[in-house]
Design a protein. Sequence first.
Length: 87
Amino acid sequence: MLCEPKLWLTVGSGSGAQCCAWRCPGVNPKGWIDFDTLIRHAQMAERGKFHLLFMPDFQSMRGDTATDPQQVLMEPMMTLASVARGT
């Protein structure tokens, strides 16, 4: 049985996959805890016909919160439930 390929988006950093994108002008450095930012990303994925959103789960914070980009610090199920209200 062949699996059909899926297009998916990983959400969590609020600023994308580039490690220093959170420092760029116009990027909300608090996007990783902003539901409106996550909803906007989910809506863009929906318009682009993505199949699913993925939010990884970690047991603790990683890195220095003052200098490093933060990723996925909120509980994924509750976060995705609130993002679902916008899609």
